[in-house]
Design a protein around this ligand. Structure first.
Ligand SMILES: [Zn+2]
Length: 79
């Protein structure tokens, strides 16, 4: 006879999967919320990793946007 409490029924695979999925989702969210800052290779300013540099508008070897055009409408909204 075992002295440990024994579960009366085997847990179904879906409930096991949902428990493991909740763990994975929590871990993934924690990683996504981390802000990783890198130096821009073009201008040297601090920028978010895998994001376009807001100072010069470059992403890797490509010029993605013009920061002078993008920043103009935002200033109008703030003011
Ligand atoms: Zn830059």
């Amino acid at each position: 006879m075992s002295k440990k409490p024994v579960p009366s029924k085997k847990q179904c695979p879906s409930s096991t999967g949902s428990r493991h999925g909740a763990f994975v989702r929590a871990k993934r969210k924690k990683i996504q919320n981390q802000l990783v800052l890198d130096d821009c290779k073009k201008c040297g300013a601090k920028k978010r990793r895998h994001f376009v540099c807001k100072e010069c508008g470059w992403y890797g070897d490509k010029r993605v946007m013009d920061p002078s055009k993008k920043s103009a409408p935002r200033q109008e909204i703030e003011a």
